[in-house]
Ligand binder design. Structure first.
Ligand code: ME8
Length: 660
């Protein structure tokens, strides 16, 4: 039960700020959904929660990715930040803050932090000679390399020599060792050994914190040919987002929420969070975060899913097909929080069918149907019978044990407990046979059985609210009671009576074979090629052919007059639906300033229809109408390709304005 003293307690939780260098995948969703479930749980449990996520937008990697697309870095990161925010909206993430490292307040604060550390002698200028891993943006000493390669990603490193500023990390080695070995700061415990053995015991070197080889970043205020390099820019986001700024100016939010209760990230950046970040805070003489939690990786075929390796699973596609709760449930329940786990389409689809459709869906459907059939939905609180005491005890044990799981945090375990009670409730139906009680006219017992089931469903749905954002609300609708905002009624007997409603099934059973085939088809389409049985050699020859064709096409020139024959107009997208029987096509109604037109566009794998309504697009307005899937399309929308996906080119101006 939430009490008054608790409601005053604060809880600050963060995800890493993700690189704005490409579209995010279900690995990023994993961290963000886990933090979301914890944040939602804590809010419901009476805490004043601040949940922060954001984007890491500076650095060489981002500058390069922008250049590859012919974009200025700022325009590139603006587009990606929008897309990342759209993903968190899609995943129902309840973040309270979203920080971008290009936010002017952040940039100013980082410049001040850098100056403060320099003035204190914790940052000094010298020359760097060593190995640099470009994709990881990390410098390594010879002894840290594994087989001569980057210990984080296994790729080649480059010999580098340049003038740069260093952070005096070595100075903090003893304090860091104590922090890691004598407190619960870093979890799970297995990560402590990794950090102490691999880094502290090997001797902490000072950390290179500026670069001169690129300029997309915050300049050192007193030496502007140096750019503050990624970790010193990125890690303090956790305090700049709370308003920590110029020397001595901390701000209300900082005073309220700092120190952070939990920084969550995957294992590859635990080193930065459990060694570099506390050392920066020690140098700034600020309190340290209470806990750093490094979870495992979601892998695909044994390989870490990663943007740079291109082996990613697109959360937009999965949520389009199965809904946000299915993906949230899968991520939260099927991945052991500390260890690595393997993603497969099969495991996702079986979790949906077995747990959500069979166990949860059936329990809700059967119980609500019986309450209506036997009592017209009206069920009252009975006296508790001896034979129900075990069942009721299992329901009552849920809140305290789930609360303990969430504190660890063991999210999968918490869900397992809730689904354990759901399973018990399904068995309780079979054991008590309400249909037989009805037949024999045992109305009092029948009312008690149905009430007990409704109570079990209510408590489970209450506890599922932090994890799933759609189904529990539907269940409360069926139960005929408002969605709770806390856990104060999360115990057996809190509802005096019920008046239940008929609701749609919360989820329909999937045909796994069919879905697997569909997902494979989508993967083939979105990776830009049809699945081909041709041997590799032949495929390579084909590629060469198409390369040659492309080359020819790109050198073909047209006159400016010919170009101006194309009429490009700003258009407003008013409606958008999927074209049935097509995975790629969307049917849009756009207003071109004069009239409404239908446009069929092959962008269904990149956008959910709802994302597009209300957006502006560039319409090629004088194309000959063409029939696609039986629909006449009266124009085309211009797109650029970002990470292999079409993205609408966004114009400025009102519908009907010409683009020239
Ligand atoms: O490292 N499995 O950003 P990033 C599980 N900008 N989690 C995964 C994952 C996977 N396959 N792939 C990504 C950065 N993640 C820096 C962070 S923080 C001050 C700066 C999640 O875009 C996981 O949380 O590479 C991982 O640590 C993070 O995304 C890396 O995101």
């Amino acid at each position: 039960m939430a009490c008054k003293a608790k409601s005053k307690k604060t809880f600050y939780i963060t995800t890493p700020i993700y690189y704005a260098s490409g579209a995010l995948h279900i690995g990023h969703c994993y961290t963000t959904v886990c933090c979301d479930a914890i944040a939602r749980f804590k809010r419901m449990d009476g805490f004043d929660v601040h949940y922060l996520t954001g984007t890491d937008e500076h650095g060489q990697k981002v500058q390069q990715a922008a250049a590859e697309r012919g974009l200025k870095p700022q325009a590139f990161v603006d587009g990606l930040a929008d897309r990342i925010k759209a993903l968190w909206t899609r995943m129902d993430i309840s973040n309270d803050g979203f920080i971008r490292t290009t936010d002017p307040e952040h940039e100013k604060a980082i410049a001040d932090i850098f100056t403060e550390l320099y003035e204190k002698g914790d940052i000094y200028k010298s020359e760097y000679v060593g190995k640099y891993c470009e994709p990881c943006e990390s410098f390594w000493t010879e002894s840290q390399l594994v087989d001569g390669k980057c210990p984080d990603c296994g790729r080649e490193v480059k010999e580098t020599k340049e003038e740069c500023y260093f952070f005096r990390l070595s100075k903090y080695a003893d304090r860091l060792r104590k922090l890691l070995t004598e407190t619960d700061f870093l979890q799970p415990e297995s990560r402590v050994k990794e950090m102490v053995n691999n880094f502290i015991d090997k001797g902490l070197s000072d950390l290179a914190v500026t670069r001169t080889s690129f300029d997309w970043g915050i300049k050192v205020p007193f030496d502007p040919k140096h750019v503050i390099y990624v970790w010193i820019d990125a890690l303090p986001n956790y305090i700049t987002a709370l308003g920590y700024g110029e020397k001595g100016k901390k701000g209300e939010k900082f005073d309220k929420y700092w120190p952070c209760d939990m920084h969550v990230m995957a294992k590859e950046i635990v080193r930065f969070h459990s060694i570099v970040w506390p050392a920066i805070l020690m140098a700034l003489e600020l309190p340290l975060p209470k806990r750093v939690y490094g979870h495992g990786w979601i892998t695909l075929d044994g390989d870490k899913m990663s943007k740079s390796k291109g082996n990613v699973v697109d959360p937009f596609i999965l949520t389009d097909r199965y809904g946000v709760d299915a993906l949230r449930y899968y991520l939260l329940s099927s991945m052991p929080f500390g260890d690595d786990s393997v993603y497969t389409n099969e495991s996702l689809l079986s979790a949906i069918n077995n747990d959500l459709v069979n166990d949860l869906g059936n329990l809700v459907r059967r119980t609500l149907a019986m309450s209506r059939q036997y009592f017209d939905g009206k069920v009252t609180k009975p006296a508790l019978a001896d034979e129900d005491k075990d069942f009721v005890a299992a329901v009552d044990a849920l809140l305290p044990s789930v609360r303990a799981d969430m504190d660890k945090p063991l999210l999968g375990k918490a869900l397992e407990r809730i689904f354990g009670v759901i399973d018990k409730a399904n068995k309780y139906i079979d054991a008590n046979k309400p249909w037989a009680l009805f037949k024999s006219g045992e109305t009092v017992r029948l009312n008690a059985v149905i009430y007990n089931l409704l109570e079990a469903i209510r408590v489970c749905a209450n506890l599922l609210l932090p994890f799933l954002t759609v189904y529990p609300k539907k269940i409360f609708d069926g139960l005929g009671i408002p969605v709770p905002i806390g856990f104060d009624k999360c115990e057996y007997g809190a509802a005096e009576k019920y008046a239940t409603h008929e609701i749609e099934p919360i989820l329909n059973r999937l045909d796994i074979k069919k879905e697997l085939a569909e997902l494979e088809k989508i993967a083939a389409e979105t990776s830009g090629g049809e699945k081909s049985e041709k041997p590799n050699k032949e495929k390579k020859a084909d590629n060469k052919k198409s390369d040659a064709k492309e080359e020819k096409e790109t050198v073909q020139e047209i006159s400016i007059d010919k170009f101006f024959e194309t009429e490009l107009l700003v258009a407003d997208i008013e409606e958008c639906v999927k074209v049935e029987k097509s995975n790629k096509l969307l049917k849009l109604t756009v207003f071109d300033g004069t009239r409404r037109r239908t446009v069929v566009s092959g962008i269904a794998h990149a956008y959910a229809p709802s994302e597009l309504v209300g957006q502006k697009a560039v319409l090629v307005a004088n194309l000959k109408p063409a029939k696609l899937c039986g629909i006449v399309s009266e124009g085309m929308l211009l797109c650029s390709t970002v990470d292999g996906l079409p993205r609408l080119v966004k114009p400025v101006g009102d519908a009907g304005e010409r683009i020239c």
